[in-house]
Design a protein around this ligand. Structure first.
Ligand SMILES: *Cc1c(COP(=O)(O)O)cnc(C)c1O
Length: 415
């Protein structure tokens, strides 16, 4: 027998030993299923709190900032930037959003299954006839970037007795999705001749709208806008309700001339500005907090190395608070030793390497802290607050990625 097989044998024999153990000590208490335990109290270890009222208020404030004739699309892709797509879709629509944007077919179907009736635009590219067919069934609007997709749509809708609503995307300088600029007028005309398609709009996407208000970002944004307008001027006359749109959150906050018939807002909906200089244009309230509990308090002398690699050494007799959240929950290891957490309105430095499931706070100056105390990693507590921007400044990321990085190990609580 191979040594590895021998090893397996021994591993398999282990439960028998367990049985012996149980026989001697009695049945262990019958545990609940993990889901039931989480339902009993999802705030046992670490969790995300989502405040849909904040999303609703952000939408209302954005609405006020837009002209009457400009529609608001709430972009709820990537599970609503980690907030829960169905929750934020509902809050956005209550706050005055007119339609919803998703990246994938599955995200669109999830909204329909939850009962949302608002128009849904799929921003990503669907390449399979089957997926485009599902758009027809679920009344989702696909984005077309080429004639290939247009013909696929025409064929599958043919004979279904229904028209498929679509939008055309034009690349004005992002070099990602969208058709060639010079192809756009011809494509619009060709799609117009496909009797099973209903072209509802044309749009493009800005590459540098979150950059500075002067310099390269201003130049590129203005060039993209001019390209977009050139396409619009070359289009055959469109019926009423045809929707032209260009701006994401940054474009929306940056310049009203980028608004056209609709803006597609993601980040701002969740209460964050794409850039410091766009901060304050619209009153925005963060909708997500990340919280966790202290699971152990340790009083240690000066000169003790903390966590993997001993990247931190205590300089004084210290009180360490071990908190049950780590990079497997979405608190990136690249933040190690460079962030704080809030306890009772007080900022406490995080020390040493952030590990998979826990991190360590220096709670020496906060002696009231005890096992079970709640700390805020992201969000507000009293006058103190920590933003995704602060994290991303430290880790070299962006607020969008910070919000999307929280794993489903963290229960999401709607408050
Ligand atoms: C994600 C996305 C948006 C929203 O971007 P924010 O910067 O979060 O506002 C808008 N348009 C398209 C095409 C997108 O993919």
């Amino acid at each position: 027998m191979l040594p590895t097989q021998q090893g397996c044998r021994q591993a398999l024999a282990y439960p028998a030993t367990m049985q012996d153990l149980i026989a001697k000590t009695g049945e262990p208490p019958r545990n609940k299923k993990p889901a039931e335990i989480a339902k009993a109290d999802p705030r046992q270890r670490a969790w995300i709190e989502v405040n849909p009222t904040a999303v609703e208020a952000n939408c209302r404030n954005l609405r006020r900032y837009l002209s009457e004739s400009c529609a608001l699309m709430a972009v709820v892709k990537a599970d609503g930037y980690g907030h829960g797509a169905v929750t934020v879709a509902q809050a956005s629509l209550l706050g005055g959003a007119n339609s919803l944007g998703v990246a994938t077919l599955q995200e669109g179907i999830e909204l329909r299954q939850a009962g949302h009736k608002a128009p849904v635009l799929v921003l990503g590219n669907l390449t399979h006839a089957e997926d485009l067919r599902a758009c027809l069934d679920w009344q989702l609007m696909p984005t077309l970037s080429s004639m290939r997709e247009a013909l696929l749509c025409q064929n599958l809708a043919d004979g279904s007795g229904r028209k498929l609503s679509v939008q055309l995307k034009v690349d004005t300088g992002m070099s990602r999705l969208g058709c060639e600029l010079k192809e756009a007028p011809r494509l619009v005309e060709a799609i117009g001749r496909l009797n099973q398609l209903d072209l509802k709009g044309i749009y493009s996407h800005l590459a540098l709208a979150d950059g500075d208000l002067q310099g390269e970002a201003a130049l590129v944004t203005s060039q993209q806008q001019q390209s977009f307008e050139r396409v619009l001027r070359a289009l055959p006359a469109q019926k009423n309700g045809f929707c032209r749109h260009l701006a994401n959150s940054a474009g929306t906050l940056r310049d009203r001339r980028l608004h056209y018939d609709m803006v597609r807002v993601g980040l701002a909906l969740y209460g964050h500005s794409p850039n410091n200089h766009l901060h304050g244009k619209v009153d925005l309230k963060p909708a997500l907090s990340v919280k966790a509990r202290v699971t152990l308090i340790r009083d240690v002398p000066a000169g003790v190395g903390v966590s993997y690699g001993h990247r931190f050494t205590t300089q004084r007799p210290s009180r360490l608070a071990i908190v049950g959240i780590g990079y497997a929950d979405g608190v990136s290891r690249s933040l190690s030793g460079r962030i704080s957490a809030i306890a009772d309105g007080q900022l406490l430095p995080q020390v040493g390497s952030i590990t998979m499931d826990q991190l360590v706070l220096d709670a020496t100056d906060h002696p009231e802290m005890e096992v079970g105390s709640i700390v805020t990693l992201l969000g507000q507590d009293g006058d103190a607050f920590i933003t995704p921007q602060q994290w991303s400044d430290v880790s070299g990321s962006i607020p969008w990625e910070v919000l999307c990085s929280f794993k489903h190990r963290l229960p999401r609580i709607v408050i």
